[in-house]
Design a protein around this ligand. Structure first.
Ligand code: ADP
Ligand code: MG
Length: 680
């Protein structure tokens, strides 16, 4: 198997230079890569369903004959639409084809076909748009693999390439899973798994293949992360010789909580030790005061004559941290700088000079920090805030600005302990499980849309007091763009309900610059109501925001709701969160009621894990982990199983030396090389 990773995709028949480029685009360079490019789904052509059973949204196969004359019409832009109708003898369904002027010649009346596609429902009933079809009497394999594609590359082309690649598999394939592990855990061998994942004959074959490949992937992931942690143990850190934590505490305008104090000590101990660079995650709920912990680490660094870089995911957050640090250190000789993309070129240049000659001790910034132009005199500490917004590669680029600097990452996503080992296996963890005293708890209400009018009234009352409000709307439908969701709803509110108030709209598809601008207008009060998709999650502090309404709350995970809710309740006024949901599922309502009963992020995370599995904690490459191809990370039992196997293997060989682990070692290398950057 290993050698197949050395055979370029070009060598396959039908893959010329151009097509090879397309394969490269989807991450396939070698025949081995291709074999590990698993189908996204399978079309099951073997079980046509009754038309009467088809519901909107179903992806299915139906069998039947045309039952009405096809009608062709022209659409604007020289497009053609053909409407047809198919009947299975009992019921009929409409078919619509776009831009295929040959359809009327290809489809014959009186011939039976299988049609495969996604059914959609509108006011006139269920229909299929541009289904694939074949004659019902043709010989087809029952499960057809469907691959993720890129423009210009067809499923057929991938299928062809895959079937050649499968024929190149040697009789005896070297398997990354040692035989004793396969036996003990009853996992099928690699050769059979690869064949059956691409061309399953039965669903049992498929399940077995999938199970084994999932376990392999999770195992490679978790062993990889653990081995990275060990690598760090060999590096030398930029140690500090004196601990200034107490002095730092005396600068704070408040008394740190015990949890903050503990985390600050953890950091200074790590850095004092100095033999190994710190590699620590500070995990604490929104509002638990993580900034002070970061500031303490920076202070220690500066006092010991080294620089710190504090990277935030947005400009506004960077500015906020900059202001906080400047205020905190105004009576000291520590100098703080700000480096963001939107500074003028000359300002950026100035800051960069000061970083290079050591005039600046602490720099707060955005991605501008990791561009090539930024050079430090002596970077001793790299910090990333809101870790889930950064990829592993960005983290490592920041670290590369110094010589083995210490690393501190901060995250507000509470993550159950059971998962922390996988997600943050390479980091030591400090947990800040306490919020500063005197916070007013946020009142959370769960309502259905009948009560929306009253909720709007309540929001207006808050706005009339001069406070600010968020209305959050999720993507209503996965086909709909985020833009449409926020903009349409925002425009509607702006024109109708809230026409008397300044309304801003923010969504994930906006340019960084525009997002920041809108956020700033909201923070300054120029905009009083912000209609948003989830982009507001990241820790911006707007103390006068006292109310948040979340539409279709059932579409969010609890942890996500918790993050969102953390945007209010940051000032002295009482704050509210209104969850709107019309869900009729008792499960869903039970989940949402958790939100009304607690504001403890860890409790919520545990509850989320219990009710929904761990998907939310891993979603959208949240933690900068390598992308998984097949494992569904919400499958707890596979996660646990892979952890057990990892333990067995490490008990046998802590550093994975030995010939039987050769395959695992190269699989680990491949996984982490691909994830655009090394893990360090
Ligand atoms: P996080 O980043 O963890 O969400 P921040 O560091 O932004 O939280 O802190 C939230 C707010 O709480 C800030 O206004 C900060 O000044 C304040 N704060 C932090 N720690 C304390 C404390 N121990 N006592 C009182 N206020 C605190
Ligand atoms: Mg923060």
């Amino acid at each position: 198997m290993a050698s197949l990773f050395e055979i370029p995709i070009r060598t396959l028949k039908g893959v010329g230079e151009k097509k090879a480029e397309l394969f490269h685009k989807i991450g396939i360079r070698s025949v081995g890569d291709l074999l590990y490019y698993f189908p996204r789904s399978y079309e099951d052509w073997s079980h046509p369903v009754m038309i009467s059973d088809v519901k909107g949204g179903d992806v299915c196969c139906i069998r039947g004959k045309l039952s009405a004359t096809m009608r062709e019409s022209r659409l604007p832009g020289n497009r053609i639409m053909v409407r047809a109708e198919v009947s299975d003898g009992y019921d009929a369904m409409r078919l619509v084809f776009f831009n295929n002027k040959y359809i009327t010649q290809m489809l014959k009346y009186d011939t039976e076909y299988l049609f495969y596609g996604k059914a959609t429902k509108d006011f006139s009933g269920v229909q299929m748009i541009s289904p694939e079809f074949i004659r019902a009497d043709s010989n087809v394999s029952s499960f057809r693999p469907v691959y993720s594609l890129t423009a210009g590359l067809t499923n057929k082309a991938v299928q062809n390439a895959v079937s050649q690649a499968l024929s190149m598999l040697p009789e005896k394939v070297a398997d990354p899973l040692p035989e004793y592990i396969r036996k003990k855990y009853n996992l099928c061998d690699l050769r059979r798994s690869i064949i059956n994942i691409h061309t399953p004959q039965t669903s049992v074959d498929y399940e077995k293949a999938r199970h084994r490949l999932v376990i392999e992937e999770l195992l490679v992931l978790s062993l990889g992360i653990r081995s990275l942690k060990n690598q760090h143990k060999e590096a030398r850190g930029t140690n500090i010789s004196v601990d200034y934590t107490d002095e730092f505490v005396s600068l704070l305008p408040f008394k740190p909580t015990n949890a903050q104090q503990r985390a600050m000590n953890d950091c200074s101990n790590d850095m004092l030790n100095g033999k190994v660079p710190m590699n620590r995650l500070v995990q604490g709920d929104v509002g638990s005061g993580k900034t002070a912990i970061a500031a303490c680490a920076c202070y220690n660094m500066a006092k010991n004559g080294m620089q710190s870089a504090f990277m935030a995911p947005t400009e506004i957050l960077a500015e906020q941290h900059f202001a906080t640090l400047q205020k905190l250190f105004k009576d000291t000789n520590i100098s703080v700088g700000l480096l963001t993309g939107s500074l003028t070129a000359s300002k950026k240049k100035k800051i960069r000079e000061q970083l290079e000659n050591g005039d600046i001790d602490i720099v707060v910034g955005t991605h501008a920090l990791i561009t090539e132009k930024t050079v430090f005199k002596s970077l001793g500490l790299a910090i990333t805030d809101e870790q889930h917004r950064f990829g592993v590669a960005q983290r490592s680029r920041l670290l590369a600005k110094g010589k083995d600097p210490h690393l501190l990452v901060m995250s507000a996503t509470p993550i159950p302990r059971t998962l922390a080992l996988i997600v943050y296996g390479d980091l030591d963890i400090s947990i800040v499980d306490e919020v500063p005293p005197g916070r007013q708890p946020i009142d959370t209400l769960l309502i259905n849309s009948d009560k929306r009018a009253r909720a709007f009234k309540f929001i207006k009352d808050q706005l009339d007091k001069g406070n600010r409000a968020y209305i959050v709307c999720p993507l209503v439908d996965e086909d709909e763009s985020e833009l449409a969701a926020a903009e349409e709803y925002g425009a509607e509110l702006m024109l109708q309900e809230f026409s008397d108030y300044p309304v801003g709209i923010i969504h994930g598809k906006m340019k960084h610059k525009d997002k920041d601008k809108t956020m700033r207008e909201f923070a300054s009060g120029e905009k009083q109501l912000l209609v948003a998709t989830t982009v507001i999650e990241v820790g911006v502090d707007v103390p006068s925001a006292t109310i948040m309404m979340i539409e279709n709350a059932e579409r969010f995970g609890l942890s996500q709701l918790h993050q969102l809710r953390g945007r209010v309740g940051r000032g002295t006024d009482k704050s509210y969160c209104i969850l709107v949901s019309d869900s009729t599922s008792e499960n869903t309502m039970e989940r949402l009621r958790v939100m009304t009963s607690t504001t403890d992020g860890f409790k919520i995370a545990d509850e989320d894990l219990r009710l929904r599995g761990p998907g939310d904690f891993f979603g959208e490459r949240q933690h900068g982990l390598p992308e998984l191809k097949i494992a569904d990370i919400s499958d707890m039992s596979s996660l646990y199983l892979s952890q057990d196997i990892a333990q067995d293997i490490l008990d046998d060989s802590p550093d994975l030396s030995g010939d039987i682990y050769k395959g695992l070692r190269s699989a680990i290398r491949r996984l982490f090389e691909k994830s655009n950057g090394t893990m360090n």
